[in-house]
Design a protein around this ligand. Structure first.
Ligand code: OXD
Length: 337
């Protein structure tokens, strides 16, 4: 029998989830667990589950837990607190809040929710690109001022997308973009070609491709390499009037420079789904930016099925653990994603 401990978080401004709506979407209740477990009965028969909130009884459960499913955890003395622990599954894609990862005891595997966000994030991504192409950020601002300006656009076919981050969400965005005839240049750490990309380049070629993008789309994890990747200097390389979307992490883009670019018209418009801190405080100057659409970190999370999708990843890997196979979605603790 394997003991799986599930640590949910009550919503709180300084953690995840940080809104009551988020708590509703991301909480793994016993009922939700049982409903997915029924589709994985052979694996389910071999596990015993405990479900709790925050760090309530954490040490007690971890004393016997083989597996932990959570967003975050007290990392200090983990080997002592959890002597049987073999695997931690993080219920999000980004794991930058757990870096540096020296706290991970030897022999414990860390996995994330890679793949769970692809369908939703892909749709949100192409919507954002189409919004920018059709001047929606500006039109929404005009609507708030009862202003009827005819801002015309064109079909999007033939435009170029510079896609920074070619993981599962990026690939889903690229697939939709290609279907609309958009030329997709994928930028990643390795520059690996993928069927959804018309061109693939490594991040050291970013400066060369940035000026070609009618749209620049950021969906990269936050790591040492991606922090301030779109610095003021790089934003200045963007094609005049190009649009920017960020659904990755706020620290990848210099938002002060972005605001300057939006004000001068150098950047045509932006859609931002990620902020630092989150929730975005009421006093932030981003709220009043005319050609910017703000969404509250909702781009890639399926509001109905986040937990079932997460538990499918969990059960698939639980089967692997039981069979002694390598787990999928392993986080590279050196790279931090
Ligand atoms: C995540 C996210 O990391 O939704 O899962 O941002």
């Amino acid at each position: 029998m394997y003991h799986v401990h599930i640590k949910n978080n009550h919503h709180r401004a300084d953690t995840f989830p940080n809104t009551p709506e988020g708590e509703e979407v991301f909480t793994i209740t016993q009922e939700r667990f049982d409903s997915v477990a029924s589709a994985h009965s052979e694996v389910a028969a071999q596990i015993k589950v405990s479900i709790d909130w925050d760090t309530d009884n954490f040490d007690h459960y971890m004393a016997t837990a083989d597996v932990l499913v959570t967003w975050d955890l007290p990392t200090e003395h983990l080997a002592k607190v959890a002597p049987r622990l073999k695997w931690i599954h993080i219920i999000g894609a980004g794991v930058e809040h757990l870096t540096p990862m020296e706290w991970l005891p030897p022999g414990v595997t860390l996995t994330n929710n890679k793949g769970v966000h692809a369908d939703k994030g892909g749709e949100f991504g192409i919507m954002s690109i189409l919004m920018l192409h059709n001047h929606l950020p500006r039109i929404i601002t005009h609507q708030n001022h009862a202003r009827y300006d005819s801002l015309y656009s064109t079909p999007i076919k033939g435009k170029t997308l510079v896609l920074i981050g070619t993981g599962s969400i990026g690939r889903a965005v690229a697939k939709h973009a290609q279907a609309l005839g958009i030329h997709v240049i994928g930028v990643s750490r390795h520059g690996k070609p993928l069927p959804e990309l018309d061109e693939a380049v490594a991040v050291n070629e970013l400066d060369r491709v940035l000026p070609r993008g009618d749209f620049v789309f950021v969906v990269t994890p936050l790591t040492q390499e991606t922090t301030n990747l779109l610095s003021a200097n790089r934003l200045a390389l963007m094609k005049p009037g190009a649009g920017l979307v960020n659904i990755g992490r706020a620290a990848v883009v210099d938002y002060d420079a972005l605001v300057e670019g939006l004000n001068s018209g150098a950047i045509g418009g932006a859609v931002l789904d990620v902020f630092d801190p989150e929730p975005l405080p009421p006093e932030s100057n981003l709220w009043s930016q005319p050609n910017l659409v703000i969404t509250p970190h909702v781009s890639a999370d399926d509001g109905n099925a986040y937990v079932p999708l997460t538990l499918d990843v969990f059960f698939n890997n639980m089967r692997r653990l039981i069979n002694g196979e390598a787990l999928e979605n392993q986080v590279n603790t050196t790279l931090g994603y």
